[in-house]
Ligand binder design. Sequence first.
Ligand code: TXA
Ligand code: MG
Length: 316
Amino acid sequence: MQTERLTADNAGLERAVELLRAGETVAIPTETVYGLAADACNGQAVARIYAAKDRPSFNPLIAHLPSIDAARKIAYLPPQAEKLAQDFWPGALTLVLPLLESASVSPLVTAGLNTIGLRIPANPVAHDLLSRFDGPLAAPSANASGRISPTSAKHVLDRDGGLDGRIAAVLDAGICPVGVESTIIGWIDGRATLLRHGGIPRESIEASLGQELAIANALSDKPNAPGQLLSHYAPRATLRLNAHAANQGETYIDFAAPGPLSLSPTGDLTEAAAKLFDILRQADHFGRPIAVAPIPESGLGAAINDRLRRAAAPRP
Ligand code: TXA
Ligand code: MG
């Protein structure tokens, strides 16, 4: 398959919608990472996502929508979800909600669960595409399963772990400003629970709800999210964390200090999140073991450290 490169103008958006309506997969920009989108109501189209990514089929996918009204047609939003939707949508937040029986989403999206992950992206191109498509688009990150997530159209097509030739098109709208995937919140035994650290800091969600979040056990043997599979976001090289300096032969990723591969010379966690996956890819190109400086655990640091720990974990 020849992967079409589409620009984020009227012609590109029209073509993307045409391909999606025909049941094809298109990589689309969001503010977090590029997603590999397909019509969530078309089982064959969703199956193409799993095939292109080589994704284990037990992982449910996030459905992307243009508005809260569209979300209410697919899932029930309990009062706390309504509050989070008002405060953080559109944006880097995914809510796992009870699926309405009337919703015509393919069971391949939910992996047969009676809940569904919903997100309204803030990226204007994504919003324009979703409004034109006028239905939910299932979209996991547009990378081969287990590999580093893409924050540019170039990453999507990368020879190593990329999807060139495996998907119908990529819609290029530049670099993703947030740089890590959405924060995922679900309700377990009625309690708001953090299922994956991501682009909205846990502290902001707790402030909005006025209560602490429960934290899903990241290493449970029945993962709720691939973010919870231990080895994920993996470069080819091995990764050493909390390294104050490089050992001989290591490529060093710095933080809060200048360096050829610094996540943020000034120690800004927002900048570090935005650069994380690109810098991991750059470091990986040297083909040597990678060492990463300590990152504070507050705010977006939690999502950064979560991705780094999984990148460092033993591979299956
Ligand atoms: O920022 C993001 O969230 C990106 C962009 C493209 O939107 N998407 C993304 O999708 O990261 P993906 O498929 O890589 O991660 C989706 C996560 C998975 O960890 C999945 O297990 C979880 O959402 N998820 C989806 N539906 C779920 C459900 N019903 N119950 C529990 N977890 C669910
Ligand atoms: Mg992913």
